[in-house]
Design a protein around this ligand. Sequence first.
Ligand code: NAI
Ligand code: MG
Length: 490
Amino acid sequence: MTELERKQDRAPVPSEWTYASAPEARDIVTLQDRYGHYVGGEWLEARETYTTISPATEEPLAEVGQATPEEVQAAVDAARDAYANGWSDVSPSERAKYLFRIARILQERSREFAVLESLNGGKPIKESRDVDLPLSAAHFFYYAGWADKLEYAFPNRKPRPVGVAGQIIPWNFPLLMLAWKIAPALAAGNTVVLKPAETTPLSALLFCDVLRQAELPPGVVNIVTGDGRTGAEIVKSEGVDKVAFTGSTDVGKAIQRELAGTGKKLTLELGGKAANIIFDDAALDQAVEGIINGIYFNQGHVCCAGSRLLVQESIYEPVVEKLKRRLTTLRVGDPLDKNTDVGAINSKQQLDKIQELVASGAEEGAEIYQPPCRLPEQGYWFAPTVFTNVAQSYRIAQEEIFGPVLSILTFRTPDEAVEKANNTPYGLSAGVWTEKGSRILWMAERLRAGVVWANTYNRFDPSSPFGGYKESGFGREGGRHGLEPYLDLT
Ligand code: NAI
Ligand code: MG
């Protein structure tokens, strides 16, 4: 035995090889015990409240308002008043300055927002920090640029604001969805009443502080919190000229029925069941990363998630093997830990839905795979899951699960891939992985999806319009297209 070998022989062998925790400091966030509604630039004491929690620990975070019909009406009145008495006279270049300011403040306060977003929503800090916050700021920067160029965006069409926009957003990207909604509305010269989702109100409430810092005139943006009842009040309020909704297809349909014949403008961004299609000539390791990102990003709480994997039959085995191996390296746990890849499920309600659909998959005959991982005892958690042996008719191949659950199907020819990809009531997004440029174009022409990613997945940019076909909704957000729903054009 050499000296070195003797030393190694005596060295204690680590029994654990897990990562040490790397938690982001939480104290950058100062929570109030109780929040009201932000109406006309003031905090309106909420008559009714409920408790918002951290889904990772079930720890109560704050009391927030459940807006009553009167409180919603006060917010709509404030928006109307601000629209009629001042905001519509503000020059477009001045409007742009407010948007630029908001964007800058979001950048300056991004760590605070990122921590709060992870705390209230359960998403990994890595994602709130590197995706939600930069993209939220980018949306405000982007639409700030359009505010004084509307005549160029829509030449010879005399763009004018619509009036008061009622906006209802979901819990999967709370601040980012707020940015997607508020930035184009203000750039186009409207005022806003926005309701965040009931499980994730805190970043929208912190955003009110940004509005104050930016000295946005009172009433231009009003935020009311509460559940679907509050949302329904906004939709039916007489003072609202345009409704923008992102959420479930069922609620989207109900809103459409409610608004039929009223002349109010409406955009709906609803669910999806996207196909992520891997051809046998694709760069497999990159494709596997794209599959992982496509479905496990944000716990699969993504409307455009690549929840159906379509693999060409000849590469089925290596893809599934690589995928399973990669799955074992995903770190599931504390959203505030910088090493975490998969955080908490947003709510008990969503966890129940995921569990129910996963049980149906196993019952219908699909084969389930989950990597070994220890889930925390408190909070709402679901292990990253892959289903093989999935038939197109199974519920897990048809319904939106909105969780970290992938269903794998196979195809032989490009025609079959298109047919299977389009065999869904949805049409929001799709992914295509192949080395052949001509095939990408051929596929993109035939896929009935608002967004088609080629050799990448879940990429977003404020300049690129996003939205769906069929039951995924209508209207586009982002890009020049995203201004249109907020303008009257002649
Ligand atoms: P939801 O559609 O009920 O909630 C989305 C937003 O709409 C929330 O702000 C909610 O308070 C509001 N809302 C609920 N009922 C309303 C009504 N009658 N009138 C006006 N506003 C109303 O979605 P939920 O129940 O949170 O999730 C159910 C399923 O919907 C998920 O499992 C997922 O499949 C899908 N979903 C899709 C989203 C997307 O980004 N496309 C986002 C959230 C959910
Ligand atoms: Mg609901």
